[in-house]
Design a protein around this ligand. Structure first.
Ligand code: UT7
Length: 316
């Protein structure tokens, strides 16, 4: 019988964004909107839109970068978890497609859909699988091609979303080493304030309802994740909430007492990329040297379902 281990840690991050930029001025040519409204209400300047890339292509490109930075090789990976709500095929799942693209032999491979909280759910699943002794080295990916399920004539949604992917390589800790992934706080709220319905597969959301929920419920979730990890918010070297709206995440950082300098603000240049937003934002912060290796970083995902999940990690 395989023995359990006491925890896991993140070895590396990687990300991928399509090269095509869609600015607010571009959107103003398509619907009745303007740069001033979008920047003041949501904080977005531009977003990336996939052209030829599929969900699996973007996931594999982000995973490849994470893998290259991890010191592991593709054949070491025995688990792939992909968080996405925009994969166009029911089967095979994106995780199996990533395995095929990267030449990863026979990993356990599954997708999960908890929309914008997906990456934190996926990370918790990988951590739990490693602790249980079921897996040793995992690829955890958040990826979205929201442009494919966006109604480009609906100004209330089309200005918000973007495409991209972020990935992390997670491994078992050695004996005596501190865990690098803290306990997850996760749950849901039985509301359908954001939906992508089969009969009309476009994102629709009751913006103000979700806004109210995010500003009232998410602070307690963020604080609970810190408390479970035994970390004070003021000590965090990074805070990466789901990139939903600057008007949600800046007050959130203030409310829980996080240094505003360590808050991820990737929404400005990437828009809301749902399950991809957390790993994408953090990977870019690490690349720019904005979060130091060894720092405690709080991740908090929230969105469609409604669902939420958060945990504190140690930055690789
Ligand atoms: O990722 C999952 C989690 N999602 C979230 O956390 C989203 C939470 N919600 C939000 O971030 C905000 O509610 C939105 C950014 C979605 C919308 O901002 P808002 O300040 O709540 O705007 P609103 O929906 O209340 O609309 C205000 C006005 C309306 O016009 P009237 O009725 O006041 O005349 C809208 O028709 O703004 C209008 N409007 C726009 N105007 C210009 C809506 N979209 C646009 C637009 N350009 N793109």
């Amino acid at each position: 019988m395989s023995s359990s281990v006491s925890g896991s840690k993140i070895l590396s991050f990687g990300h991928y964004q399509p090269s095509r930029i869609l600015t607010n001025d571009d959107l103003a040519q398509m619907v009745d909107t303007n740069d001033e409204w979008i920047q003041s209400r949501v904080g977005i300047k531009e977003r990336r839109i996939a052209d030829g890339e599929s969900v699996a292509d973007m996931a594999a490109l982000a995973a490849e970068k994470a893998l290259a930075a991890s010191g592991l090789s593709a054949t070491d990976i025995d688990l792939i978890v992909v968080a996405t709500c925009s994969n166009s095929d029911r089967s095979p799942n994106t995780a199996c497609r990533v395995a095929a693209k990267l030449g990863i032999g026979a990993p356990a491979a599954f997708d999960l859909n908890t929309a914008c909280s997906g990456f934190s759910y996926a990370l918790a699943n990988a951590d739990h699988a490693i602790k249980a002794g079921a897996s040793k080295n995992a690829l955890v990916i958040g990826v979205e091609k929201l442009s494919e399920i966006t109604d480009w004539s609906d100004r209330s949604t089309c200005v918000i979303f973007g495409d991209g992917a972020g990935a992390a390589v997670v491994t078992a800790i050695s004996e005596g080493e501190e865990p690098g992934i803290g306990p997850v706080v996760w749950g849901s709220d039985p509301s359908e304030a954001i939906a992508i319905e089969g009969w009309r597969p476009y994102i629709v959301q009751e913006g103000q309802k979700v806004f109210r929920w995010a500003t009232t419920a998410v602070p307690a979730i963020a604080l609970a994740a810190c408390q479970k990890a035994g970390v004070e918010p003021a000590e965090l070297g990074g805070f990466v909430p789901h990139q939903a709206n600057l008007r949600i995440i800046e007050p959130l950082a203030r409310k829980i007492g996080v240094n505003p300098d360590v808050l991820a603000r990737d929404i400005v240049e990437s828009g809301n990329t749902s399950a991809a937003s957390i790993p994408l934002a953090l990977s870019k912060m690490i690349e720019r040297g904005e979060v130091k290796s060894g720092a405690s970083v709080l991740l908090v995902g929230f969105g469609g379902g409604l669902t939420y999940a958060g945990q504190v990690i140690r930055c690789p």
